[in-house]
Design a protein around this ligand. Sequence first.
Ligand SMILES: [Zn+2]
Length: 434
Amino acid sequence: MKKIFISFSISFLFCLIINAQSEKEITYIKAGKLFDGKSDQLLSNVIIGIRGQKIFSVNQNQELEPNAKVIDLSNSTVLPGLIDSHTHIVLHSGNYDNQIIKETPEYRALYGAANAKLTLEAGITTIRDVGNEGAGFADIALRDAINNGIVPGPRILTCIQPVSSTGSYNLVGFSPYITLPNLSYVADGPEKIREKVRLLVKEGADLIKVYMESYEKKQLRKDLLTGAMNYTLEELKALVDESHRAGLKVAAHTYSDEAAKMAIEAGVNSIEHGLYISEETFNLMAKKNIYYVPTLLVYEMWRDGKIFGGISDEDKIKLANTCEEHIKTFKRALKTSVKICFGTDTFELPGTNAQEIELMVKYGMNPVHALISATSLSAELLGIAEQTGNIEVNKIADIIAVEGNPIDNPSDITNVRFVMKDGRIFLNKAQSAR
Ligand SMILES: [Zn+2]
């Protein structure tokens, strides 16, 4: 025990020395064009000053400290690092059931580390991770390893395990005699639900996720992706109350308008997916400051057979209908003032996250609003807007650059050439540093 303490102290001291050194280092980024995360217009020829982890200046004209490092991104558009509000970083491509049944959480954690690097290099500097299907504590291990500089990756806020009711969230099609890994923390009744939330708080969860509906338990229609409801209002109120008492926000996985209405009444903070939400419900969300995370991309990838190891003919029709209804729902949301956050759910294809922004624009969102959604608005939902999500003095230096101009051409957001997180450069294909 003593030995562990000594080695911890030495590594802690080492970190302090490194931090003390990097605290003094000054870097300037010359941004040809700048989207700052909040304004609706690009600024030209801005210089961003970074000392250690933080931004200390953002000016069009400024004297540069001699001997400082200068990153010339004058041919690029510079933006705040993107924030993906809905990921599953420890899931990977290939057969979905097999990875859960045949692979250990340790093996999956290593996959998660590889996914984290790809995600960061695609310009995503923060993710809110909402469950990894029985991968134990792989996500918090990854979160902590990234925070300690052991592996590269985005900053992670994780729910560890979603909460759901008995029978609601399991692998589908297996004999009931087979014991399968738990994909969530199962709890029924207000008291048991409170117990699970308390356990998650103790285990280090950054948020609580609840499954409002599960197609895994029961499909209500054959032609559309639907799921039977899991909880009563009384149970949900207990979950939300216990989460909020611990200072954690609640993300509610919902499909139907009915489920969204119940989640709103219980006081959740965000509605995830929300495939079939009415305009009336979006107005209610806007009034109560509840965010909408539509996750458009994942359903299109599923429909197109790019995830879940392919798709059956029956599911192809179901997913095509689902995507059509989901797009209509997204367009209804745009007519209201509900806050729409960027979240991808693209768990099998790390690095494709920014394609969600292209879809948001394709289905009618103003390109500037899509970029705000992926930066400062998502930071607001995650509760980290004081630290990151836009480029201004005293914010953490989470800065990316893309080739072209994503406001004129949304697909340019996928041409990431430069990534800085916490003031450290993780990708630089844009230019040579001085
Ligand atoms: Zn998801």
